[in-house]
Design a protein around this ligand. Structure first.
Ligand SMILES: *Cc1c(COP(=O)(O)O)cnc(C)c1O
Length: 480
């Protein structure tokens, strides 16, 4: 564990580059055509036509030379592979949990866990369920309930731990429903759905107390445990001298189990795990694992993947890495604020969320201000981001029309160890240009949108021009 107490203002990328991949450079003209062909849905754009890809931080990171070396050493034996034992040791060492089950990604862990829990009609409580977690809770017949901290939705007002759970509201709910009807508490660290905001140790402890008192098992959804631990070091009283690894261990000590999408803080492109102490529950989980994922010493992964995860889980706790990591999203956030672009403040660990409702007040929620911004960002700069708003979360009326979602955000996710500061400077420059010309950005209309997970496949088009607010003398909305 290094902790250099870096004395300089400029925080640098703490690595050098030994393998490169060209960016997808295209012209504006080409991108306009591509946008039309993609029906204004960036999930339909080929990655090689994207210059800076900020769609997600999931599985998009760069592995280290050490991880690639591990890939070569991977043991591909069906049962009892050496790579599995390296994987198991790394996770036991970090979490202190006994039963370690590999899975191919986070949602496989969720599917297995909630199927094994078999809580039809019962409740799972959380600071906020991530969308696949919620979907898997609900597909098991249980009901997912979120208890975000007060103030989490006040995007403009910074606070240190906006990812916290509202413990009082949780307790009132448990009392009302009866503890037997609450089968699990899941704390998502960091809180992905609410802007990648961290959870404090104090809040985790309060939630653990509540769970102890009512005998509810507490699991961490720990995709970004290292980023969360580093925020605790930076922001929570009493932790500024504690090594991040110890903070992470303290977080896991509070939990009865954990599930992880290793595509985030294990610094790999694919993988995940489920870990717990409850032997009976783990037995059920392993049976389900064998049914759909694979034998319990590989769980749908190659031996080399297990090896890379074992290495990544250690690398991610390097404090020079974490300093660079958290600083990069902060840097983007500061750059956007300087140009008057409203963001969820402060920036989260894995990216910056732009408040599109506030940025483009002239576009009604049903005309997808977030998606309009995402498309314009691609058109002008070749940058790919993702809408988290009405297109993703809007409920639908009887005719299938969209109803406004509670928020209209655009997430600029930061892949790990992939882009440099000049890439981010470029992103800031493009967004500053959009900010100056924001009233010229028009809304969109849905042409075709399935009722479930519509954002992946929806087709859209620019609003008819007479309906769009163009400033006199302004450019046409989507064409030059
Ligand atoms: C990504 C993520 C998941 C789902 O993991 P996948 O690997 O995408 O299946 C679950 N929870 C959180 C908090 C996540 O960020």
């Amino acid at each position: 564990m290094k902790n250099t107490n870096w004395p300089w203002k400029t925080i640098i990328e703490p690595f050098k580059i030994k393998m490169v991949e060209p960016l997808g450079i295209t012209s504006r003209e080409e991108r306009l055509k591509l946008l039309e062909q993609a029906h204004y849905n960036l999930f339909n754009i080929k990655a090689e036509k994207v210059l800076i890809d900020m769609l997600t931080d999931s599985g998009t990171g760069a592995m280290s030379a050490e991880q690639w070396a591990g890939i070569m050493r991977g043991d591909e034996s069906y049962a009892g592979a050496r790579s599995y034992y390296n994987f198991e040791r790394a996770i036991k060492d970090l979490t202190g949990l006994e039963e370690i089950i590999p899975v191919h990604q986070g949602r496989a862990a969720e599917k297995i866990l909630f199927t094994a829990l078999n809580g039809k009609g019962k409740y799972v409580i959380s600071n906020s369920h991530f969308d696949t977690t919620r979907a898997n809770v609900e597909s098991s017949g249980a009901i997912a309930m979120d208890f975000p901290a007060k103030g989490a939705l006040d995007f403009d007002k910074p606070a240190d731990f906006k990812g916290d759970a509202d413990v009082r509201a949780m307790e009132a709910f448990v009392k009302e429903k009866g503890r037997k009807n609450v089968i699990m508490c899941v704390m998502t660290v960091t809180n992905n759905s609410l802007g990648g905001q961290p959870v404090s140790m104090a809040n985790l402890k309060a939630v653990q107390n509540l769970c102890r008192k009512y005998s509810i098992p507490l699991f961490l959804d720990c995709a970004r445990f290292a980023e969360n631990a580093y925020f605790i070091k930076l922001r929570e009283k009493g932790y500024n001298k504690t090594p991040v690894k110890e903070i992470a261990e303290e977080m896991f000590e509070l939990a009865d189990g954990a599930m992880m999408s290793s595509k985030k803080d294990a610094l790999v492109n694919m993988g995940g795990f489920l870990a717990m102490n409850d032997k009976d529950l783990s037995l059920k989980c392993r049976q389900l694992l064998i049914l759909t994922e694979g034998f319990s010493t590989y769980g749908g992964l190659s031996g080399r993947d297990l090896e890379a995860i074992a290495i990544g889980l250690k690398e991610v706790l390097d404090e020079d890495y974490l300093q660079y990591r958290i600083r990069s999203s902060q840097y983007l956030g500061e750059g956007l604020l300087k140009h008057g672009i409203p963001i969820v403040n402060p920036p989260g660990g894995h990216g910056v969320y732009i408040n599109a409702r506030k940025f483009l007040p002239h576009i009604k929620p049903v005309n997808f201000p977030g998606q309009a911004l995402v498309c314009r960002l691609y058109l002008e700069g070749g940058i790919r981001a993702v809408e988290i708003g009405t297109l993703m979360f809007g409920k639908r009326d009887a005719k299938g029309g969209f109803l406004p979602a509670p928020m209209e955000l655009v997430r600029m996710a930061m892949p790990r160890r992939v882009y440099t500061q000049s890439h981010i400077d470029y992103v800031i420059e493009v967004l500053a240009h959009l900010a100056k010309n924001r009233e010229k950005i028009g809304g969109l209309e849905a042409v075709e949108a399935p009722l479930v997970l519509s954002h992946f496949t929806a087709k859209l088009k620019p609003m008819a021009e007479e309906k769009t607010a163009v400033q006199p003398g302004g450019r046409k909305i989507w064409k030059r």
